[in-house]
Design a protein around this ligand. Sequence first.
Ligand SMILES: [Zn+2]
Length: 351
Amino acid sequence: MPCLACLARLAKPRARGVASAFLARGSAAWQVRGVPVCRFPLLPLPSHRPNPYTGSPLDRVSSRREDAAFVAACRADPAARFLPVWRGHSLLSGMAGGRPRGVFLSAAAATELPPDLPWALLGLQEKAPVFALDLSAFEDPAALLREAALPAGAEFLDLRAAAGTLPAAEAAELAHARGLMHWRARHQFCGVCGGLCEPQAAGNFLVCTSCHTQHFPRTDPAVIMLVHHGDFALLAHSRRFARRNMFSTLAGFVEPGESAEEAVAREVREETRVEVARVRYHSSQPWPFPGSIMLGFFAEAASQEIVIDPEEIAEARWISRAEIRTSGRDFSLPAPDSIARRLIEDWVAAS
Ligand SMILES: [Zn+2]
């Protein structure tokens, strides 16, 4: 399906005019590593900054992962770097000083580790290979890394502990490593026959050693939506939230046989009984906690009465832009690394 920009270039004059009119009303260039790839109409957002955990500098070399000689050369490259993952945690330094960094092990340090650790080639960064390395089999990963000349204060933490303060490129690389190794750890056996799976393509997918089914990394689509009515947004405190007074956008998983837009309407209805009329895409965000991609939307409310689902929601409110601007008095907003925060900030700024 071509985008409107492609249609504007390729279509017959009438269709070209319609597409050009849409583009003139508001468009932006999506970029992947700085290369414009497509133009299509977007909301008139106040900014086009990337979402946290996007913008990885890695060339994923997906067409070369099954080239055994290439992968062997990457493994032997003295410039290679390794991102250790331990039971869902990432190795971070600088937390105490408020300037966290992701810790990469050198190739020399990695050779001191046991040789049979699960690993995966994430890609090349300025031609140097970057790998993920799973240390989860060990109770004390710090002891394992004692000879690795780690930065002072380096420790395994939930990546979200450094929310919004890690350099963006590092956050994206650490999220990639965490997401891939989490999936690998939970798919050691075939879902078809129960046979043992072994890694292929430099650890980027699995193959059953018994029935030979290929298993590819799973990313669960979830919708997250800011529902608005006039100057008010529908925000809720979920029973799952750790912070007692945090209010955020509604969210939920897309179910089989359902479009993302249908999932938005269903989740809002199920959690608050509010109906939505128009659903508009905003942006997406990888969310490897543990394995989702968040699809962000704005949704216009067609009703305002709130009846919460008490199993999911502790409280839901219509909150004005002015109240959100002064949040902190009686409620707080979601973490700065979340697309929920981005949706709220963009909606407030769009007034
Ligand atoms: Zn199998």
